[in-house]
Ligand binder design. Sequence first.
Ligand SMILES: [Zn+2]
Length: 191
Amino acid sequence: MHQYKGKLIVHTGSMFSGKTSSLEKDVKRFNIAGYKTIAFKPSIDNRYRKNEIVTHDLTSMDCILVNDIDELLDYVDELEPDVIGIDEVQFLKGPVDRIISGIYKLLNKDITVVVAGLDMDYTGTPFEIVKELMPIADYLYKHHAVCIKCGNDAWVSHRKSKDTERIKIGAINEYEPLCRKCFLEEKSKTE
Ligand SMILES: [Zn+2]
């Protein structure tokens, strides 16, 4: 049961691209194979129910809410999993280098880490932590939603309201997946 150890698997892309579903599928797959698995989620993401990872299509998986990587590492020391999932990694608090060194600690303990996170915020600016995780991943998957204007692969989660704070939790009523071309068109209309 230990052939698959110490690997970093990263699922990224826009909202509604299936990142969380892919993370769930990976974690469940390892669990069925007899690995001890734990899923974590930053506590800021309180959409839907607490203590469950819920995808936009409303499937769910139990998870532990954490504020930062240190809290996550404490749980891992205590529970000694073989595989962990971290959903919405862009919402973990604390400095990026601390998160990265925490993830290296896990990998060095032969724990496989499956991560899902948004590549960019609603303005098309990369999330630092995901930007740092992508090159060091053993397996990297970029997922795409469908552009709601033209049906191309989407590129960004465009925010429909005028709010400008970077982190604003919301589902399909707050954001729409757009391809780069439609996003730029939309942006030029509002400027
Ligand atoms: Zn489009």
